[in-house]
Ligand binder design. Structure first.
Ligand code: CDP
Length: 258
């Protein structure tokens, strides 16, 4: 790892220069942060679980035609990805009221929304990632109208697919955050295509057990509910990534090539 050039270090991931031009290596750390990094901890095994869960979800989404930055998983903590220019927006899609939406609009957490809602936050840690309107996006040139049309259409498609995928394993997809990037068009034309980037994992989704409403996501860390990696392990097990292992919290990976 030390031989590679580090491009960027975020709160939960590190990006290194990739082996070929146009690629990067995305390394998943065990670090967890919340409330704009005011709360921090290291959760043993979280990076391994998020690497696997995000790989699984990206592959499923690619199967239904969503373009993503994912190329392949390299090992327990790393995946090879396409280098993109990140659109500076956190795109949040919500099906059930929770978190900041409940607080902002006074809707009780757990209330089903009349329809799925897509929101945008500016990626600015120093400002606490403020909620912005599409008008801000165009006025400040963070993305074009064409790009936003693609982003919204892809987000709703991802939401439809993931809601069904999680429902099939008894999990309610309450909300999630995704990020998109610009990739030079493969046919060499001047324009850029928008692809899904970053990760999709229990760090970036709210996932509730459908029967008990047990939280199986990062809210366990944010709200000091305990058993965070156990909950992530439960998600990975239900997705079929890990072998069920009721006696221990050990991670036994199915068909690993690590
Ligand atoms: O998570 P929090 O309550 O601060 O904010 P939210 O706007 O209610 O978050 C909506 C969804 O986006 C949740 O699933 C969060 O985990 C996710 N999110 C994220 O992954 N990263 C952020 N910086 C903000 C939200």
């Amino acid at each position: 790892m030390s031989r590679r050039k580090q491009i960027y270090e975020g709160k939960a991931k590190i990006l290194y220069e990739g082996p070929e031009p146009g690629t990067l290596v995305q390394y998943f750390k065990d670090d967890a942060t919340a409330f704009n990094a005011q709360k921090k901890a290291t959760l043993d095994g979280k990076g391994v679980l998020n690497n696997r869960i995000s790989e699984f979800i990206m592959l499923r989404l690619m199967e239904i035609g969503i373009p993503t930055h994912f190329i392949r998983r390299l090992n327990m903590r790393e995946q090879l990805i396409k280098k993109v220019e990140i659109v500076p927006l956190e795109v949040i899609c919500r099906n059930v009221a929770a978190g900041t939406m409940s607080v902002r609009l006074g809707i009780e957490e757990g209330e089903k929304l009349p329809r799925s809602i897509v929101e945008f936050c500016l990626k600015r840690d120093d400002l606490g990632d403020p909620l912005v309107a599409e008008e801000h996006v165009y006025a400040f040139g963070w993305a074009t109208q064409g790009e936003m049309d693609e982003i919204i259409a892809m987000t709703l498609r991802i939401n439809d697919y993931l809601q069904g995928m999680f429902a099939g394993i008894g999990i309610r997809l309450v909300d999630f955050k995704i990020e998109f990037g610009r990739l030079a068009h493969p046919d060499g034309l001047g324009d850029h295509m928008i692809i899904l980037a970053d990760e999709i994992s229990p760090d970036s989704c709210r996932l509730w057990d459908m029967e008990t409403n047990k939280k199986l996501d990062k809210d366990r860390f944010r709200r000091d509910l305990g058993e965070v990696t156990e909950a992530y392990t439960e998600v990975a097990t239900r997705l079929g990534i890990l072998k069920p292992n009721p006696s221990t919290a050990n991670i036994s990976v199915i068909s690993s090539n690590d």
